[in-house]
Design a protein. Structure first.
Ligand SMILES: Cc1cc2nc3c(=O)[nH]c(=O)nc-3n(C[C@H](O)[C@H](O)[C@H](O)COP(=O)(O)OP(=O)(O)OC[C@H]3O[C@@H](n4cnc5c(N)ncnc54)[C@H](O)[C@@H]3O)c2cc1C
Length: 572
């Protein structure tokens, strides 16, 4: 095998160098194991680098009343109670330590007057809780982790796409893929594999997500037998750019509203008064997104189908200091000076709450030796993620998954040997688009996927629409059997897209099948034909797995809250 493919050996292979993957790699390396860290782009360029508004942790630096209990209750309420409470408890308790650790490793946050980490308000957080670096928090997080990972002895493999997990019987034994630069095959032998591969916002056209977010890791886990959970829960962020068309979907951070930004409709009315008079502009993302949608439907939208977001009353100096990226973004891309004029915004696909089902404390998936953390993993955020809770998720569960992957490796009695046939199968699958007979353009298929998702699995859904969308995705799956790539394997994005769309189509099928199943409205999942929450569905998570006859959908009880945590919900 080593002769056919460039081959590497690691105890733990971490796929993904965003916040989750890097934090996991550091933990596994600190446990004394050999760790390989693989990413599609250059180190430091993962999607996490784009994070803007901040990282949520109940440090209580600005509002001393804040504590883990309130963060727990906010997160459960935000997720509309289908979150895994065990994950939420761990998360709320450990997030402050992970932030302070990041600071010890060199992360420089904005400060309070007395030198503590400054915290800002954000949607549906009871207290000012988001530690931040202006509106460039992700950059600081990535820089700090990158430095720490390199100095912890992690081996980094950049510009490499892994496309198949390898197994020995039931357990994980490595992964296989190709070098993006020259298309050459690469095989990793590993005793444990940890997914930190992020989300799949690229299945939608209007999205804040980067090109990397095609869901490869989640689809690979599904193909390897792992369970996926709550795939219907896809988050629209209420404020993406709308105009000009080329920038549609780019994020306008929630920090704008955190710092006092006000939403208005075309008549200048503060319409959030109608939908959530208590939290107003800082209501949760699902509520604000639906509110903008309803305003547009009622004919009160902005000229390009959204709403206005105004922060100009805070003054130029404040805006340039607290929101420098937003200031630059609007000036450069839309020729709008946000210190003087309102921004035009509309909902954009931002985050996936669903993903690979993991064990709460360890990140273990249902496949032995396969772990997952970060956006690719499900459970923490339930039906709707609160802003700022992703970055702390990456640190808390990245660390835990890295430690538990290391413990799993240490407890192994024999070294798993990858099934060579799987690697050969994948290599011939990858080369198929170059063979004669294919006639489908991968970019065209990707565009059609995005059209189908936007039209049939958008903010507002009906059973009929979802069923039609599913049929369209199944038809695209058929056409994707005949994908065509031209040119050579030397850096060939068209060929890369052939594999990406296969992953995306699998996840779209899972989104549709799960969305059809959940016959209620909850969080990000808004069914016009079932407009209310149904307590019976509030007690179920939806599970997708690969069965003998293809994708199988099932439900599983949401773990019930123990009495002491249920009391926190009443108290808050
Ligand atoms: C514009 C924007 C602003 C945001 N702001 C905030 C914020 O302020 N606060 C907050 O909490 N959240 C924020 N989020 C959300 C948050 O940034 C993401 O949820 C989070 O960064 C995801 O991190 P991750 O480590 O799970 O994955 P990612 O950062 O997406 O990293 C995935 C990694 O996996 C690699 N990978 C994927 N597939 C493969 C493959 N097949 N082979 C090899 N490598 C692969 C990629 O190359 C990459 O290195 C924001 C998101 C966006 C888009």
């Amino acid at each position: 095998m080593a002769d056919r493919y460039q081959t590497f050996d690691h105890d733990v292979l971490v796929i993904g160098a965003g916040g989750a993957g890097m934090r996991a790699a550091i933990a596994a390396a600190e446990a004394g194991l050999s760790v390989g860290l693989v990413c599609k782009s250059l180190l430091g360029k993962a999607h996490t680098v784009m994070a803007e508004g901040g990282i949520a942790a109940a440090l209580g630096n600005v509002d001393p009343q804040d504590n883990w209990q309130v963060h727990f209750a906010d997160t459960m309420r935000g997720g509309q109670m289908i979150n895994d409470y065990r994950m939420v408890e761990i998360f709320a308790k450990e997030a402050p330590d992970r932030v302070l650790e990041l600071e010890r490793w060199g992360g420089l946050f904005d400060r309070t007057a007395d030198g503590k980490i400054l915290q800002r308000p954000f949607g549906a957080h009871t207290y000012r809780r988001l530690c931040h670096v202006g509106d460039r928090t992700g950059l600081e997080l990535i820089r700090t982790l990158q430095d720490k990972a390199v100095h912890s002895g992690v081996t980094v493999h950049m510009e490499l796409t892994l496309t198949r997990l390898l197994n020995e019987a039931e357990r994980i034994a490595g992964a296989f893929g190709y070098r993006r630069e020259d298309g050459q095959p690469v095989l990793f032998r590993a005793k444990a594999v940890l997914l930190g591969t992020g989300g799949w916002g690229k299945v939608y056209k209007v999205t804040s997500n980067s090109w990397e977010c095609t869901g490869d890791g989640c689809a690979m886990a599904y193909e390897a037998g792992a369970e996926l959970m709550d795939m219907e829960m896809v988050q629209f962020h209420p404020t993406g750019m709308v105009w000009p068309p080329g920038v549609r979907g780019i994020l306008v951070t929630e920090a704008v509203r955190g710092e006092g930004g006000i939403l208005r409709n075309a008549s200048g009315e503060r319409f959030m008064q109608r939908y959530d008079p208590k939290k107003m502009d800082l209501s949760s993302r699902d509520v604000v997104s639906r509110s903008i949608y309803k305003e547009v439907q009622a004919g009160r939208g902005s000229p390009h189908g959204g709403a206005f977001l105004d922060i100009s009353h805070r003054g130029a100096e404040f805006i340039k200091k607290k929101l420098p990226s937003m200031y630059d973004q609007f000036l450069t891309l839309a020729d709008i000076d946000i210190t003087k004029s309102p921004m035009e915004v509309a909902p954009t696909i931002h985050y996936v709450m669903g993903g690979v089902r993991v064990e709460a404390g360890t990140g273990a998936t249902t496949v032995p030796g396969l772990f997952a953390a970060g956006e690719v993993a499900a459970g923490l955020h339930g039906a709707n993620r609160l802003g700022g809770n992703s970055l702390s998720d990456l640190l808390v569960f990245g660390k835990r998954a890295g430690e538990h992957a290391a413990a799993y490796v240490r407890a192994l009695r024999s070294v798993p040997v990858p099934d060579e046939r799987r690697a050969a199968e994948e290599w011939s699958f990858l080369q198929r688009p170059f063979e004669a007979g294919g006639n489908e353009n991968p970019y065209a298929i990707h565009e059609e996927i995005q059209d189908v998702m936007g039209t049939f699995a958008g903010i507002a859904r009906t059973g009929e629409q979802l069923a039609e969308g599913l049929q369209k995705i199944l038809a695209l799956q058929g056409r994707a059997e005949r994908l065509r790539a031209s040119g050579s394997m030397l850096f060939n994005p068209g060929w890369h897209t052939c594999r990406d769309v296969r992953f995306m189509l699998t996840l779209c099928e899972a989104i549709f099948r799960s969305a059809i199943e959940r016959r209620e409205s909850r969080g990000a999942h808004w069914r016009l034909d079932f407009p209310d929450q149904d307590p019976a569905w509030g007690a179920r998570n939806i599970i997708v797995r690969l069965g003998d006859a293809g994708m199988q959908v099932d439900t599983r009880p949401v773990p019930p809250l123990p009495a002491e945590l249920a009391r926190l919900m009443q108290a808050a």
